[in-house]
Design a protein around this ligand. Structure first.
Ligand SMILES: [Zn+2]
Length: 78
């Protein structure tokens, strides 16, 4: 299953978390089209045909995410 790390879009939170995307037909208990931040509960609108399960990054995932983010920043400065 595709998954990616992103930051919460809530300016008061901005914490990174991991998003796993699934076909909306797999679950009736999770609302489709919403990415919910596991830190603050902020809901981010997303593809209505998918459900998104989120969890806080482990320390290893966090390390990788910070590294990727700094590389993207370096690329965008070029
Ligand atoms: Zn948040």
């Amino acid at each position: 299953m595709p998954s990616l790390s992103r930051r919460c879009s809530n300016e008061d939170c901005r914490l990174p978390f991991r998003v796993h995307r699934y076909d909306a037909t797999l679950s009736l208990s999770t609302p489709a089209g919403i990415i919910r931040c596991p830190h603050c509960g902020h809901a981010i609108p997303a593809d209505a045909n998918s459900i998104f399960l989120t969890h806080a990054l482990s320390s290893e995932e966090n390390r990788v995410f910070i590294h990727q983010e700094s590389q993207e920043l370096a690329r965008s400065r070029r």
